[in-house]
Design a protein around this ligand. Structure first.
Ligand SMILES: NC(=O)c1ccc[n+]([C@@H]2O[C@H](COP(=O)([O-])OP(=O)(O)OC[C@H]3O[C@@H](n4cnc5c(N)ncnc54)[C@H](O)[C@@H]3O)[C@@H](O)[C@H]2O)c1
Ligand SMILES: O=P(O)(O)OC[C@H](O)CO
Length: 335
């Protein structure tokens, strides 16, 4: 029989919008939360004002339950569940400060929807590679959910994916509250890859919007994108999947249509003529799709899946090909 997990102390590692939203959701439970943030001045501000100064700064943080710290090892101490929620590009440097033993026996959760640049691997692959976290102890938090709506307590849904149903259920139970329903999906890699891919598609949607394409075009773009995602994910890990479920299609839709989407915003600025650099500088947030598209493009050199949307976004962001030229090519390839 499996040992029951005593999930009364949780570590949240990351200080952005999604970390802040997850701290808010977890605060609805009778648990203690150790919250790691990179900067001491942010920790001090939270302790003094009960708010994150930089992200979702209208969300009250209950410092009786939440202990902010810049000491990652301290944050992990005594926690049975650890949630990593820094952008994928920075998770490597955070993990370097954590000895593998500090993650032993914990349920290790990634709420990150991105890939590790230059290694072209998923965050959950990195956790296994560098910290030997057993795959049964790994879960991801996915599903269509924007931090900004969580902040407003708008009804939201999360999908907790993992190989081990018990571990994923522990995480789902922790995230269940009056405004969030969390359900378990037994498809770690499929959900994680889909969460990565939807960001690339959102950039494409933003570019199209920026170039003044309309709803008719976007509907076709998103439909074609779903097929592109299915082909790519199946090529990497074939499995029976309900692609219409919110963990897959839902996540794609929210990011492609929501004005809160970071990836869509980045694409929109590029479509309107910003350079990629200028758009990134102007946003205070990270669009994971920028890094992911390169990883997916590189990975696909071995898989040879037809991925016209990925190719167009890659060419625009990395090869500096004009967005209007690439979108015209896309127009012809889609139906
Ligand atoms: N925001 C959402 O609604 C949402 C929802 C689901 C998943 N996610 C995922 O959560 C992850 C975190 O995104 P977010 O939205 O919280 O981020 P964000 O864009 O709100 O904030 C960026 C974060 O990156 C950190 N950062 C910037 N430069 C850094 C550096 N050099 N080293 C370390 N950290 C650095 C900032 O401190 C901040 O914590 C992403 O993978 C994202 O896809 C976000
Ligand atoms: O929609 P984005 O680009 O802000 O990404 C955030 C989340 O992944 C939405 O589920």
């Amino acid at each position: 029989m499996q040992k029951k997990v005593d999930a009364t102390k949780i570590a949240v590692i990351g200080g952005g919008s999604w970390a802040t939203a997850l701290v808010k959701i977890l605060s609805e439970q009778n648990v203690r939360i150790n919250w790691w943030l990179k900067n001491k001045k942010d920790v001090d501000y939270i302790l003094q004002h009960g708010k994150n100064p930089n992200y979702l700064s209208n969300v009250p943080i209950d410092t009786k339950k939440v202990t902010p710290t810049t000491n990652v090892r301290k944050a992990l101490e005594g926690a049975s569940v650890v949630i990593f929620v820094v952008p994928a590009a920075f998770i490597g440097e955070v993990l370097e400060t954590i000895p593998a033993a500090d993650l032993k026996d914990k349920i290790v959760v990634s709420a990150i929807k991105g890939m590790i640049p230059s290694e072209n691997i998923l965050v959950t692959d990195l956790l296994q590679k560098t910290h030997a976290v057993p795959s049964q102890k790994i879960c991801i938090i996915a599903g269509p959910c924007h931090a900004e709506e969580v902040a407003l307590e708008k009804r939201s849904y999360l999908s907790i994916a993992g190989e081990d149903f018990t571990a994923a259920s522990v995480v789902a139970d922790l995230l269940q509250c009056g405004f969030v329903k969390a359900t378990v999906v037994e498809d770690l890699y499929g959900v994680e890859y889909c969460a990565v891919m939807k960001n690339v598609v959102a950039i494409a949607c933003g570019i199209a919007r920026g170039l003044n394409y309309g709803d008719n075009f976007q509907a076709v773009l998103v439909s074609n994108a779903m097929l592109e995602i299915e082909l790519f994910v199946d090529a990497l890990s074939k499995k029976e999947r309900n692609w219409n479920a919110s963990a897959y299609l839902g996540d794609l839709l929210v990011t492609c249509y929501s004005p809160y989407s970071r990836n869509r915003t980045l694409g929109n600025m590029v479509g309107r003529g910003y350079s990629v650099k200028a758009a990134q500088v102007e946003m205070n947030m990270i669009a994971e799709g920028y890094y992911a598209v390169k990883c997916v493009y590189e990975l696909n050199k071995k898989l040879h899946v037809q991925m016209p949307i990925t190719k167009a976004v890659y060419n625009i962001l990395y090869e500096k090909i004009s967005p209007s030229v690439e979108l015209r090519i896309l127009e012809d390839s889609m139906c």
